[in-house]
Write a protein that binds this ligand. Sequence first.
Ligand SMILES: Nc1nc2c(c(=O)[nH]1)N[C@H]1C(S)=C(S)[C@@H](COP(=O)(O)OP(=O)(O)OC[C@H]3O[C@@H](n4cnc5c(=O)[nH]c(N)nc54)[C@H](O)[C@@H]3O)O[C@H]1N2
Ligand SMILES: Nc1nc2c(c(=O)[nH]1)N[C@H]1C(S)=C(S)[C@@H](COP(=O)(O)OP(=O)(O)OC[C@H]3O[C@@H](n4cnc5c(=O)[nH]c(N)nc54)[C@H](O)[C@@H]3O)O[C@H]1N2
Ligand code: SF4
Ligand SMILES: [Mo]
Length: 902
Amino acid sequence: MPDIQTTASTCCYCGVGCGVLIEHDAQQILGVRGDPDHPANFGRLCSKGSTLHLTGDLDARALYPELRLGKQLARSRSDWDSALDHAASVFAETIAEHGPDSVAFYISGQLLTEDYYAFNKLARALVGSNNIDSNSRLCMSSAVVGYKRSLGADAPPCSYEDIELSDCLLIAGSNMAYAHPVLFRRLEEARARRPEMKIIVIDPRRTDTCELADLHLAIQPGSDVALFHGLLHILMWEGWIDRAFIEAHTDGFDALKALVRDYTPVLVAELCGISVDELQACARMIGSAPSFLSLWCMGLNQSTAGSAKNSALINLHLATGQIGKPGSGPFSLTGQPNAMGGRETGSLSNLLPGHRETGNAEHRAEVAGYWGVETLPEAPGLSAIELFDAVHDGRIKALWIACTNPAQSLPDQTRIHEALATCPFVVVQEAFFTTETCRYADLLLPAASWGEKEGSVTNSERRVSHVRRAVPAPGEARPDWAITCDFARRLEQRLRPGQPSLFDFAAPEALFEEYKQLTRGRDLDLTGLSYALLDARGPQQWPFPEGASEGRARLYADGIFPTSDGRAHFIADAYRAPKEKRDARYPLTLNTGRLRDQWHGMSRTGTSARAFGHVEAAVLGLHPDELSRRRLSSGDLVKVRSRRGSLVLPVQADDSLRPGQAWLPMHWGDRFLKGLGSNLLTLPAFDPLSKQPELKHAGIEVSKAELPWQLFALVEGDVQKRFEALRPLFEDFAYASLTLTGRERPALLIRAARAEAPAAELLARLDVLLGVDHGPVLAYDDPRRTVGKRVRIEQGRITAIRLAGETAARDWLRALWSEGSADDSLRRWLLAPLSAPPGGSRSAGKTLCNCLNVSEAAVCAGIARGLDLDGLKQELKCGTSCGSCVPEIKRLLVTQPVAVSA
Ligand SMILES: Nc1nc2c(c(=O)[nH]1)N[C@H]1C(S)=C(S)[C@@H](COP(=O)(O)OP(=O)(O)OC[C@H]3O[C@@H](n4cnc5c(=O)[nH]c(N)nc54)[C@H](O)[C@@H]3O)O[C@H]1N2
Ligand SMILES: Nc1nc2c(c(=O)[nH]1)N[C@H]1C(S)=C(S)[C@@H](COP(=O)(O)OP(=O)(O)OC[C@H]3O[C@@H](n4cnc5c(=O)[nH]c(N)nc54)[C@H](O)[C@@H]3O)O[C@H]1N2
Ligand code: SF4
Ligand SMILES: [Mo]
C-alpha cells in the first residue's frame, strides 16, 4: 500500500470554485474528495469534480516541447531551451519588422492569477501591445460591462450565502443545475428548509434548473431586455419600487422611465412569447419579496445585446433597492474557475491590472510607474473576434495561445481554422496535445495542469483560494507562469538588452506579491492577502486591504457606489432583436450550451468513459413538431445548415424546446465529431460594448441526410492511442462520431455513415486498427461486399465489433460486449446474415447517476413500480452521492407512467 497523502486544492472546472482534497502518493493522483473546510462547497462535489482523478489520461497529455520549422513539415520533439529561444527570436524579429501590434496573446479564464499577471506584464510592458485578450471575451465580458456601467466597478456584490437567504431568486439564462451544480445543491437545500422561497427561471428551454422553479418563463431567444423593461413597467405601475433608494443612490431614472413607458405588458408578452399573466406573476414575485436576488450566466452574456441585458437586469435591483442587503443583489455566475482573476489582473485587451483601463492615461501611468517602464501602449488592443480577424487577414503574424482551444470554441470556425492555418507562427501552451488548436501549433509547449501547479484563483463570490500542487507534472510539462516568464526573459534579452529583468520571479508567490500591490486602494484591494494568510485562515473574499481582519461578504451596503458621484446608474437601452432573425431559408434559432458531465472542448473530460455515460454523442434537439414538419424521426441523420456552413449529425425530439428552436451542446469540435461542431454554425457578430459574440442565437435549417451506408465499431483498450490512429480515416465519411464507453473496460465507440459503400481498402485499414483483421475473429462478408460483420472474441468475451453496411445488431452486440458474454446465438446470427439480431434492438440507454452507475432505464423501472424519490434513492442508491442527477430523476417522476395498483 503506498503512502497516501492529501493536498487541499481547488477544482479546475467551474466558477463555483469548490475546494478539493487530492489524494496522491506524491507521484500520481489517486482520488479526490470535497474539502469540508472550503466555504464554497463545504465538502460537496458535483459529478465533474468528483471524477477529476479519472480524467487526464497520460496518453493524451502534451509531454515535451515540439517545434515545426516549416508549415509543410511535421512537428518534432524539441527541448525547452531551443524551443523558447526560437520563439523569442521569432517574436523579436516580428516586432522589429512589423511593430508590437503584429503579435498577440490569446489566453484563458482557466489560468491562475499568477499566470495571468505574467502574461499581462509580458504583453503590455515588454512587447508594448494591448493585443492580449482571453476566452473570457466569450464568457464574462458582458457582465464586466454591465457591472461597470451600472455600478461603477466590475464586482459581483453578493456572496453564495445570499442565494440561501433570498426570498425571491430570478435565474436568467443560467442552467445552474448543469453548469454550477454545487451552488444548485445549496439552493435545493435552502429551498427545502424554506419552501416559501420563490424561484423564477428565465430560459427559452425547460432545463433541469426549472425543476426548482415556481415560474418558468420560456421567453423567445434574445428577448430578455424587453422582459426586464416590461417587469420594470409593471413594478412602477404597481408602486413596487423603492423611491427613496432611487432618489438617494442612483441617477438616470427619468430617462429609463420614459423608455419603459412603451414596454406595456401586452407588447412585452408578445415580444417574449409569454402570456401577460405570466409576466404579471413574475413582477408580483419580485415586487412583493422582502429580498430579491438574481443569478445569470451565458443566456444573458453571449448576445449582441449582452451589455443591455446585464444593465436591464441590474435596473430592476436599483429600482427596488434590492442590493447590498442579505439575500439581495445582481449576482452574475462566473463560468471558468478563474475568470474573475483574469478580470482583476487585466486580461481583456481593454483592461489593466487592478481593475484599470487601457484607455485611461492615468491608469496607464500608474501601472507603468509601478513596473518601472516608461509608458504602456495607448493603442486599443484587439478583442477575441477582432483578434482572429487580424490573424486571418495577416495583420497578426505571431500568435501565442495559452489554456484555451479557439479552434473549437470561437464562433464561425471555418474562418478560425483558416486564420490558424495561415498565421506564420502559432505557439500553443497546452496540457493536452489532442485539441483542435494543437494541430496548428508551430510550437507546442506542454503545460502542467490540475493538481500539478501552484497559484491562486478567485471564484464567483470574489473569494480567493490558494491552489496547491499535489504531484509533479508529467514528462517535461511546466507550470504556465514559469513558461511565460522564461520566454519573457529571453525576449527581454532581444528587446531591451542589458536592462534589469522585469520577470525575475522564482515562484508563483513572488508574482502574487508583486501583483497585489497594484490593487492597493482600488475597489478590489487585496493587499491584506498572502499565501500564508490563505493557508492559515482559508479562502477569503475581496476587498481585503492590508490590516483588515476579514474580506467583505456584501458590497454597497451603504448605498455608495464606485462611480464618480457615488451613485449607481440606470441604463436605458432599448430592446434589440438578435442579429439573425428567423427567415424562410433559416427558420430555426440554434441555441448552444453545456451538458452536465462534459467540460468545454472535452480535452480532459473526454478522456473518461464515465463522462460520456450521461450523453454519449452530439445530437441536435428539435421540438417534435419541427421533426414531423420535416418528416424526420429521432435518430435520423440530418444536415444542419447555417449561413456559415453545414454539419451532419443525428436529430432527436426534445420537448424541452419550443417550436422554432434547436439545441446543440457546445462540447463537440472536430475531434469526437466530424465537421468542426456547433461553432461551425454560430456567427461572429458581437455586442458593441462588451464585444462578446452571440453564441446562443444562430439561424439554421435542417434537412434529412440520405446516408444509407452505415458503420458501427467498438474496440476496447488503449482508447487514446486508437483514437489518434482511427480519427484520420473519418475524412472519408459524411458523418462520423467517436466516443468512449464502458466504465470498467473503456472502449472506443464509432458511428459513421456515407452515401454508398467505401472502397474495400478503407475497410481493410479500419480492420487492422480495430484488430478484427486476424486472430479469433468471427467474420461475414456478403458477396457484393456492401455488408460486412466482424466480432473479435477473446476468452469467451467480445473485445471488438465492426459492422459495415448494416448495423441493426449494434445495440444487441454492444450489450453482449458490456455483459462480457458471447454465446452461440452470436455465431448463428453471423452466419445467417440477413436475419434480425436475436436480442432485438436493445438500447444501451444512458447512465443517469454517474457516481453509482444507475441507468435511466433502471430509474424508470423503479418509478413504474411505484417508487418515489426517497424510494429510488434507497433501493437504487441513485442521487445519493453528488446529487447532480436528482433534478433529472424528479423530472422522470413527473413524466413517467406509474403502475396503477388495484
Ligand atoms: N458541466 C459544465 N459546467 C460548466 C461548464 C462546462 O463546460 N460544463 N462551463 C463553465 C463556463 S465557462 C460557463 S461560462 C458556464 C455557463 O453556464 P450557463 O450559462 O448556465 O450554461 P449554458 O448552457 O451555456 O447556457 C445557459 C442557458 O442559457 C439559455 N439561453 C439561451 N439563450 C437565451 C436567451 O436569450 N435568454 C435567456 N434568458 N436564456 C437563454 C440556454 O437555453 C441555457 O439553458 O458554465 C460553467 N460550468
Ligand atoms: N457554441 C458555443 N461556443 C462557446 C460557448 C457556448 O456556450 N456555445 N461558450 C463559450 C465560453 S463561455 C467559454 S468559457 C469558452 C471555453 O472555450 P475554451 O477556452 O476553448 O475551452 P476549454 O476546452 O476549457 O479550453 C481550455 C484548454 O486549456 C487546456 N488546459 C487545461 N489545463 C491547463 C493548464 O493548466 N495550462 C494550460 N496551458 N492549458 C490547460 C485544456 O486542455 C483545454 O484545451 O467556450 C466558448 N464557446
Ligand atoms: S460545482 Fe462541480 S465543477 Fe464546479 S467547482 Fe464545484 S465540483 Fe468543480
Ligand atoms: Mo465560459
